[in-house]
Design a protein around this ligand. Structure first.
Ligand SMILES: *Cc1c(COP(=O)(O)O)cnc(C)c1O
Length: 232
């Protein structure tokens, strides 16, 4: 991993250009896609470099590390939790995150709803879906999510904003397209069953290897780590 300011700046410019090009190909505005810089493997000084370069949305997969970094880094940063949340870390995490991308069980959602009521907040939540069927991946089974949907909608203290998934790693990123399209179709289906105040506008899809495909398939958040931090 390289850590020079110039390298990070160059990587960031390249990622932003690729985001813009993919959005253009899809007839979408680049402003409709938020880059979440995933900092889980980066050192704190490298994270600062990104913030100095104007990145405002940062993602961490571990609540512990997210909390520690949120305390170190400037207040204007919006933190996104993209990995599993244990219920005993939920209260503290809710006090620092902009959005949880990785709500992956009804049990967790109920707990978040309970905390939100108590804290008088309305957390922004995406539901993680496991569409690749890989046992190592977290997330709702799509059929189970569909059957639980009415119950999830009854959790009135959560702002349910959309879905998240991880594509299986593919040498040819084109092969992740059906997974991303499948998530969008699932979102469209759930939207039809939801009241107007649950628009499910967000799709958190796409990582370093496949974010351009994800943008073509409707990503509103791309979660990018290695493409920002690695050298060539
Ligand atoms: C690590 C991670 C990413 C970023 O992965 P890269 O391939 O480094 O871009 C995105 N999403 C999740 C959920 C992750 O855990």
């Amino acid at each position: 991993m390289v850590t020079t300011h110039e390298q990070i700046e160059q990587n960031l410019r390249s990622v932003r250009n690729r985001i813009a090009a993919a959005a253009r190909r899809a007839g979408r505005s680049a402003d409709a896609v938020t880059l979440v810089a995933v900092t889980k493997y980066a050192k704190a000084d490298v994270v600062r470099t990104l913030v100095d370069l104007g990145v405002r949305d940062l993602g961490e997969s571990r609540p512990q590390q997210l909390g520690e970094r949120a305390a170190l880094i400037d207040q204007s940063v919006r933190w996104h939790l993209i990995g599993s949340l244990q219920r005993n870390k939920a209260r503290r995490t809710l006090s620092v995150v902009e959005m949880i991308h990785s709500a992956n069980s009804v049990r967790l959602l109920r707990h978040l709803d309970y905390l939100a009521q108590e804290l008088e907040i309305r957390p922004r939540v995406l539901l993680e879906v496991n569409l690749s069927g890989e046992a190592t991946k977290h997330g709702f089974d799509p059929v189970a999510l569909t059957s639980e949907w009415d119950g999830i909608l009854s959790l009135k203290h959560l702002s349910l904003e959309g879905l998240m998934t991880m594509g299986a790693w593919e040498k040819d990123p084109e092969r992740t397209r059906p997974t991303f399209a499948g998530l969008r179709e699932l979102r469209d289906h759930l939207r039809e069953r939801s009241p107007a105040d649950v628009p499910l506008e967000h799709l958190s899809i796409g990582m370093s290897n496949d974010f351009e495909i994800a943008i073509e398939e409707g990503a509103t958040f791309v979660r990018i780590g290695s493409a920002l931090f690695e050298g060539r």
